[in-house]
Ligand binder design. Structure first.
Ligand code: ARG
Length: 462
């Protein structure tokens, strides 16, 4: 049997393989709520403009409500022969209300319909992601306040560099996530124009009111060019770019959780709720959630690359290639949300081992810069010379296998005439972090103020 939605000029139905490659219902059924919202706005507008009768619009709305409840209740029968969500809904509408259903598709096409549905879906996803990123920032800022003066090693090249506080480290991620939220918000603002009414590609001869449908669906305006309206998928690309960058940020933190929870570092431990065991090695506690967050970035970046590759070189306007926009985007948006939730869980769950952090913070001569700075500040020595003198002090300590603060003062003084007992004031990790009071620096007072300011700001956004 030929397709009842578009089969007028066809004498028979599609080959099974044709149906398999063509149908999108298995994945685009996710768009049902957006599809129904779009159809309701369209039907209302058609009635208001006198294009269909208000009785028909009422029947259509009634039928669409029934379909929405059927889908939500899981009783709706999706059919592959009907290809996609749009035709599944319309066919069911015809069962429910008869020929009036056929008037719904006046002055519209599946091309503007799918573009509208997908914009609405991506917009909803961005709103959910923003809320979960907000929660993650809150969890990080709360732990940062708690650990504003917990000393840990700061690293460069994963080598102990200078002591920092654990709170400072956590707040670095709060800043990154703020930029991620900004990128999603920018994408949202740009995507929030309505394609509906662009019809297949050229607009329509019916006296529609695109401003009315745009505003009914919460868009800021109708898209100004009908060809662009049905062809554009940069809103998905942009959202996936923001998701990829956000995922990359999460992987950096995930990697740190993997490192920190290792037996070699022991900076943090995760509770049973966020660890897994090994089926062969009874002693193991594995940070699987962190590893999976680290890995999820693969599929998220993959989705961006997949869609960019689909869109590249596509002539205007709609081509069926564009049906391939959804699966990777759905998967990436699900994955980034789950990764954010897992990260939030781990941040709240982890117990920092402050002893181990403090011990590590002092190792590797991490306060050497403080001695050099002291020589510059207190003794007027040029920094390069101070660097050299300090290097000799480090070599002395390294030769003896002791920490800088364990060298006898006399031995330090012997290295350069400029050195006196004042140097003792800067030795030690607490003094080191306390001295870093420059704007954005790691001094506990800065960290406390930053954490408090973030917590206030986040509470104001809630
Ligand atoms: N299922 C299609 C998609 O997702 C809907 C648009 C179909 N348009 C068309 N001209 N065949 O892209």
């Amino acid at each position: 049997m030929s397709n009842k939605m578009w089969g007028g000029r066809f004498s028979r139905g599609p080959d099974a393989v044709m149906e398999a490659i063509n149908a999108s219902i298995d994945f685009d059924r996710r768009l049902f709520a957006q599809d129904i919202a779009g159809s309701r706005a369209h039907a209302d507008m058609l009635a208001k403009q006198g294009i269909i009768s208000s009785e028909d619009a009422e029947a259509i709305n009634h039928g669409l409500n029934t379909i929405l409840s059927e889908i939500e209740a899981g009783t709706f029968e999706f059919s592959r022969a009907l290809e996609d969500i749009h035709m599944n809904v319309e066919a069911r509408l015809a069962d429910l209300i008869g020929p009036a259903a056929g008037r719904l598709h006046t002055a519209r096409s599946r091309n503007d319909q799918v573009a509208t549905d997908f914009r609405l879906y991506v917009r909803d996803s961005i709103d959910r992601l923003d809320a979960s990123l907000h929660a993650l920032q809150g969890a990080l800022a709360a732990r940062a306040l708690e650990h504003a003066d917990t000393v840990m090693p700061g690293f460069t090249h994963l080598q102990s560099a200078q002591p920092v506080t654990f709170g400072h480290h956590l707040l670095a991620y709060v800043e990154m996530l703020a930029r991620d939220r900004g990128r999603f918000a920018d994408a949202r603002a740009r995507l929030n124009q309505c394609p509906l009414g662009a019809a297949a590609l050229a607009g329509t001869s019916f006296p529609i009111d695109r401003h009315a449908t745009a505003s009914a669906l919460g868009f800021s305006a109708p898209m100004a060019n009908s060809l662009d309206a049905v062809s554009a998928r940069d809103f998905v690309l942009e959202t996936l770019s923001a998701a990829s960058i956000c995922a990359i940020h999460l992987t950096r933190f995930a990697e740190e959780i993997v490192i920190w929870s290792s037996a070699q570092f022991r900076f943090i431990s995760l509770s049973d709720a966020f660890s897994t065991g090994s089926s062969i090695m009874p002693q193991k506690r594995n940070p699987d959630a962190a590893e999976l967050v680290r890995a999820k970035a693969g599929r998220i970046i993959g989705a961006l690359v997949a869609l960019a590759t689909v869109m590249k070189g596509l002539p205007l306007a709609y081509s069926k290639d564009m049906q391939e926009d959804k699966e990777p985007a759905f998967d990436a948006l699900d994955s980034i949300e789950l990764a954010i939730l897992a990260m939030t869980g781990m941040v709240t769950d982890m117990t920092p081992n402050t002893e181990a952090m403090r011990k590590a913070a002092g190792s590797g001569y991490s306060t050497a810069t403080d001695i050099a700075d002291w020589l510059v500040r207190g003794k007027g020595m040029p920094f390069r010379q101070a660097h050299h003198v300090t290097g000799r002090i480090v070599a002395l300590a390294a030769g003896r296998g002791v920490a800088l603060e364990d060298l006898p003062l006399g031995d330090i003084e012997a290295i350069d005439p400029a050195i006196d007992a004042g140097v003792l004031e800067v030795l030690g990790v607490d003094k080191s972090v306390a001295s870093r009071t420059s704007f954005g620096g790691t001094a506990p007072q800065n960290v406390r103020a930053q954490a408090e300011s973030w917590l206030r700001r986040l509470a104001g956004e809630a």
